[in-house]
Design a protein around this ligand. Structure first.
Ligand SMILES: Cc1cc2nc3c(=O)[nH]c(=O)nc-3n(C[C@H](O)[C@H](O)[C@H](O)COP(=O)(O)O)c2cc1C
Length: 380
């Protein structure tokens, strides 16, 4: 998920360093925007090194990019931690006088604020009124923790622990607590010790689906068949080569399986153990492989099972073919796509269920997000 992390100028700003690390380790893309005052409490080099990008606070730098709009529109979630009393007041009043508040107001992403301040400042009626105003507009507030404050005093006002903030930020996600299994890439069936029958699936679609499921809060297991692309963080990965290895790795329970891997329909009956020589000639005896997703659906009737159908046809024919496969394999849905999708960044797919066919188009990242939204509705 693309998270815009806003840091304001309170004593707890230094704790944002752990938050950047914790969110990044879970595979989220964290863009940090501090206020000018936050940089009095935590240094720019720390934030730049941990987030891996340059830190901006000035609205009027790089104006051609209209940075505040870009920041706001590129965020899937905005998290402000710590949030000062002053920030809460400005946000409640809609005062957009710095890069962070302009980005927040220019965004449709959900916003979470984590106030941290002295108990008296927190309980002050002005702060409480601002919090109520923000909550009435749908901003999610994480109550400050109680405990030791800046000086000798203690009470409510502490910034909660990093893991608690992360758990709070993720708790309303649609796939929270669900296990999603995604297969990706293409299997290879050996002909001899060095040659194989393979296919041109890059694994990109499966990777994007795994990332989208992870960003929707799922625990994701990715079974990667011969993928050369970098694999995402925050996801359990099992690497496989052949159809048999894929079948073995799929033998587990989950709430949903998405079978994005291109599985060989045939295997060589008796692969040669050494390297075949050209002079020997070659006659391959092929036998059909098992239909892994159909078997999985039969053995796991409580899991949502999503198959893929690849065909070079018109969109209407693609829907018919996908619906045919839906019945043949007894799966919950079939995603029909055409040959152009192979290896490309863009795709157009038909998400076909018994009652419906939804056309989804765009980059594989965008289409994967839409597919995961549909899958989360199918999971009971
Ligand atoms: C040492 C020190 C600690 C502070 N800690 C907090 C704090 O924890 N919470 C808070 O709301 N304000 C705190 N402030 C006051 C803020 O820095 C001040 O309100 C500032 O204007 C906030 O700016 P910003 O919201 O633009 O980042 C502190 C100030 C100082 C000097």
């Amino acid at each position: 998920m693309r998270i815009l992390l806003g840091i304001t100028g309170g004593i707890a700003a230094y704790k944002a360093a752990n938050l950047i690390r914790g969110l990044s380790e879970l595979g989220h893309q964290v863009t940090v925007v501090p206020t000018e005052n936050a940089l009095r409490f935590i240094g720019k080099p720390t934030l730049e090194a941990l987030s891996g990008h340059a830190i901006e606070t000035d609205m009027y730098e790089d104006v051609a990019q209209v940075r505040h709009v870009e920041l706001g529109q590129q965020a899937d979630l905005i998290l402000i931690a710590p949030a000062t009393a002053s920030f809460l007041a400005r946000y409640a009043a809609g005062i957009a006088d710095d890069l962070m508040l302009n980005a927040i107001l220019a965004s449709n992403a959900p916003v979470i604020v984590c106030p941290a301040m002295h108990t008296e400042m927190w309980l002050n009626q002005a702060t409480q009124d601002n919090v109520s105003t923000l909550e009435s507009r749908g901003v999610r507030l994480m109550e400050p923790a109680s405990g030791r404050l800046t000086g000798d005093d203690s009470g409510p006002g502490r910034l909660p622990e990093t893991e608690d903030i992360i758990a709070f930020a993720m708790q309303d996600l649609p796939l929270k607590g669900k296990h999603v299994l995604v297969t990706a890439g293409g299997t290879r069936e050996p002909i001899d010790a060095v040659r194989y029958i393979g296919n041109s699936s890059s694994g990109r679609m499966g990777i994007e689906l795994a990332k989208a499921a992870r960003d929707a809060g799922a625990q994701v297991s990715l079974i990667a068949a011969n993928i050369d692309l970098p694999l995402p963080k925050g996801i359990e990965v099992t690497r496989v080569g052949t159809v048999d290895e894929l079948e073995l790795a799929m033998d587990r329970d989950c709430d949903a399986i998405i079978m994005a891997a291109a599985v060989s329909d045939f295997r060589v009956q008796n692969p040669y153990l050494g390297k075949l020589k050209r002079s020997d000639g070659l006659n391959l005896e092929l036998t059909p492989t098992k239909d892994l997703i159909a078997n999985f659906a039969a053995n796991h009737p409580n899991s949502v099972s999503i198959a893929f159908a690849l065909a070079e046809e018109t969109q209407e024919r693609l829907i018919e073919i996908a619906r045919g496969k839906l019945w043949d394999k007894s799966v919950t849905a079939v995603i029909g796509n055409s040959f152009e999708a192979l290896g490309s960044q863009e795709t157009l797919v038909q998400f076909v269920t018994k009652d419906d066919a939804v056309e989804l188009t765009g980059s594989k990242t965008e289409v994967s997000k839409s597919i995961i939204e549909l899958v989360s509705k199918l999971i009971k």
